[in-house]
Write a protein that binds this ligand. Sequence first.
Ligand SMILES: NC(=O)c1ccc[n+]([C@@H]2O[C@H](COP(=O)([O-])OP(=O)(O)OC[C@H]3O[C@@H](n4cnc5c(N)ncnc54)[C@H](OP(=O)(O)O)[C@@H]3O)[C@@H](O)[C@H]2O)c1
Length: 304
Amino acid sequence: MITEKKKNGQTHLMVTPVGLGTWVFGGWPWNESSDKDSESALEAALDLGVCLIDTAPIYGCGRAERIIGRTLKRLKKRDDLILSSKFGLCWEEGKRKKIWKDASSKNLLREIDDSLKRLETDRIDIYHLHWPDEKTPIGETMETLLLLKEKKKIGKIGLSNFNLSPLQEACRYAPVEVLQVPYNYFARDIEKEILPFCIEKNIVTLTYGTLCKGLLTGKFSGDKKPNDPVRNRSWDAIFAEENYEKCLNEIETLKIKAAVENLTLAQWAIRWTMHQPGVTCALIGARNAKQVRENFTSLSQESS
Ligand SMILES: NC(=O)c1ccc[n+]([C@@H]2O[C@H](COP(=O)([O-])OP(=O)(O)OC[C@H]3O[C@@H](n4cnc5c(N)ncnc54)[C@H](OP(=O)(O)O)[C@@H]3O)[C@@H](O)[C@H]2O)c1
């Protein structure tokens, strides 16, 4: 169960096994993206029946949220889907490399209104604290989230990138309804503690990095490494020399497995993630409509 939806005055429970991630819509720190491609990617995803869109203010310092807001308005699709966003990462206007954490009540009350404005909506269905903020007591953050829920500015309370102990601590102040964490065939840390805890406590999981930032599409090879201008992939441990070589070798075997099932490697990797125990919804990023079509085609049949 992901969230309640109002239709004809009735509350419906929605289930969706995949969602579109929009980090790349913001451009930096990915290779530059175009608004036109991002809008087409979103439109293609909606056409294919994708009904959960994940974003964050920090993705392009407001740019991804603005693209989503105006596209949904143009297509009149806001009420058909689940919007997921985040708070707690701030940036200095004009100096996007200076980013800091702030999960305080004061900042949260400011951020929610900024996000609602950019997304051109009156509610965010799932609202996550993006990263734990060691300087703010988690009780303060959770109580403010409860207040926003009471005011109906948000639907479900979410946390992101929390380890077990801080997650358990947060649960003491308010129910954590959704947890967003990294997970894919190569990055399996959450299997040990986090997924079993979420299963036990009935916490919805949105897992991200399903394609391992493109590695699980098979498009990289030994001499064809990603070439990102800033951090991102070059900064990810999985792209460090020894891990990268190991993954590339394994990818050759995975490609054969995928081919046997008549799938591309990306499609195989997405299906692998969405079928793991404890995974509610796999988030998949895509920078254009072509990537969306490869990633999401035929998934709706799979989920029914
Ligand atoms: N909560 C958090 O802290 C957090 C962190 C990360 C992500 N997320 C969320 O999860 C979403 C998904 O994660 P992600 O975007 O990092 O990673 P991902 O889904 O593993 O990878 C997405 C990237 O892979 C490439 N790609 C996707 N489909 C492709 C295809 N069919 N063929 C070739 N390349 C393809 C694209 O980048 P290129 O074209 O540049 O190769 C795309 O941006 C994010 O967009 C965001 O919404 C959340």
